[in-house]
Structure formats: structure tokens, C-alpha cells
Design a protein around this ligand. Sequence first.
Ligand SMILES: [Zn+2]
Length: 261
Amino acid sequence: MDEWNWRPDGHLPDLGRDEQETYAWQMDVTGLGEAAQRRLKAATVMVSRVGGLGGVVAMQLAAAGIGRLVLAHGGVVKASDLNRQLLMSADAVGTPRMGCIVDRIRALNPRVAVVAEPRHVTESNAARLVGLADVVVDCAPLFAERYLMNREAMRRGIPMVEAAVRDLELHVTTFQRGTTGCLRCLYPDDSTEWRRRFPVVAPVPGVAGSLAAMEVLKVLTGMGRPLLGRMLVADLGTLEFRTLKLHRIVDCPVCGQGATC
Ligand SMILES: [Zn+2]
């Protein structure tokens, strides 16, 4: 069995007739047969945040038939969200973002169970939310949140797909304890360049979110080859795609020998 297969095939839920029909086309995809579809149904995936980037991840995972989504995103819909946060709607400005997110997920696939956390990830909820998941997808713009999810995912040995965008550039990689380094290995210190507000146009998080969702499907089913120990860096301005090799830091405080976090 491949190293990223997260659980054996025993005790997987059966697919109902309606699910067989809904997922018929994707069960023809190489590596995505019925056993894989049942794995997706059994899986819980956490996504934070669920904006321009995470919204695409959540919708694609809902469409693919993930059994349960744990979604964390706070605040209310603002006009300035609407250039990229495709789960929001113009008539919802001023209302909680999580209301839009849950409504859109349920409209697409009412079978998906949703654990809705209408606030961002903090020290007070990170362990609980990450602890529910088989895979975590980090789409947070701020390092404080990203480090919390990284710490909790590494503690529990839960794979974490890492996706980030800024301007026309995107980064995607997947961390798994024991196989790769972690976010602290990649970024030992908070980057001073990252801010809550950053330059972004919708196709960039759209592409990055699609790639991150694909990583989740690969991790959960064993199909393809996830970006373990590798980071895709793409510039959508020039359409140059590169894959960088990532290194593990032996004395990383989160995933290294004698980890202290
Ligand atoms: Zn590390």
C-alpha cells in the first residue's frame, strides 16, 4: 500500500443508488473506482479559510462526494470579497459568510455533512477542528492561523495540503508527518510580506484551489502522486510552472527530533 493511504478499506460505507448515479463519471477516472469513492464518502476534510481559495476547495470536494467537511471562516460578506469568493453572493453583503458557504455547499450536494465554524482558526478551536479531520487544507492568509493548523496536523499525523496565492503566483504542497517536512520547515518565521489584504484576482485562487482539492483526492484515494516533499510554484502571468524540492529541517520545533510545539 502506498505511504499516503490513510486508512484501510475495511468498514467503508456503501454507495446508494443515487450516489452511484451522481459519481458515475468520476468513478471512471483512473485510480478513482468505487472503492475510492467509498473512501471519499468515509472521509472528513477540514478547510480553513473558505474564501477565494478555500471556497473552491470546499465546492470541489463537495462535488466529489467527500462525506464531511469541517469549514472555518469568520466575518460577514463584504463587497470587496465578491471579486474572488465565489461562494458568497451580492445580496448577502453584511450577513455571516458562513451562511453563504453552507447554503452553497448544500445546494450542490446535500449529502455532504458540514461542520460549520463561523470564526477563523485560533488557539481556542484549532485542536478541536483539526482533530475531526482525515486531511486538513490550509487556505488561511495569515501565518498565525497556518502555523496553528500545521502544529495540530503534525501532532496527530494528519496530512495537510498547503495552498497559497499572492498576486499572480500560487504555491501548493502537501505535508505528512514522517514523510515530509512541515510548514515550519518551509517557513521557520512569519513572513513580513504577508498581510490580510493582498493583491488577488479570481482565476489565481481558482487554479490553486483546484490543485489543492486534487491533492486531497489523491491523498484519500491513493490515485496519482501527491506533492509530498515537492511544492508547485506557478506564475499565472507567464504560465511558468515549477516544482521545487522541499527539505525537512532535522531540528524543526514542530516535526523534527525533539519537537517542542
Ligand atoms: Zn517541520
